[in-house]
Design a protein around this ligand. Sequence first.
Ligand code: UDP
Length: 220
Amino acid sequence: MSKVFAVYGASGCGRSLMPVAIEQLRILEGDTDSQIVFIDDALEEDTNVNGYTAVNYTKFKSIDSVDKFVLIAIANSSIRQKIADKLVKDDVSLWTVQGANTLIMDGVSVGVGAALSPFVTIAANVNIGKCFHANLYSYVEHDCVIGDYVTFAPRVSCNGNIHIHDHAYIGTGAVIKQGTPDKPLIIGKGAIVGMGAVVTKDVPAGAVVVGNPARPLNKP
Ligand code: UDP
């Protein structure tokens, strides 16, 4: 029985990751047989998205295969976690996808279910948790530690010795100052770094910071 692969989410994130998934499966891994589909729970019936079949999760579950692999291509980290828990419970494997030109250096560990878009670089001795999203042109420099369900929008500059805790979201073009081995710069759990922010010091858990230098966002 052949394997079945899927990209979960057929909106912006999923449609941008499907070509990366196809390139990995068909060209890099030479698998021209396995089926690949989109899964999207908003669908009541099968549809076509950019030339690929898109089904809801109920339909996906009914596909006759014991070997199912799913990349969760949804930027919202809480939804990613909820879906990841469901997939694991249903014995579906979390699939990691990376671009052909994604560069991963020595001593790197990347947890299951990662989406590493084209032009992403992960430098030496970096540890990354489950379901990490690194969007186009982002980099993670040496000795960083990244938790579970962390999300990088495009072109995030994450310099060396930075620790980013679970569910943090880093906006487009943000630059995070490097820490040191003795005192890594810490972005706390669930923190949000706004687009273009220049982060020069630790960001507490749950905080939203913006600007240069990045400061907490004052709510009206
Ligand atoms: N979605 C889903 N199951 C869920 C939550 C979301 O299939 O439990 C789908 C939703 O229908 C939508 C996509 O995931 O098509 C999320 O798209 P959105 O534009 O909100 O975000 P992005 O693609 O940027 O992550």
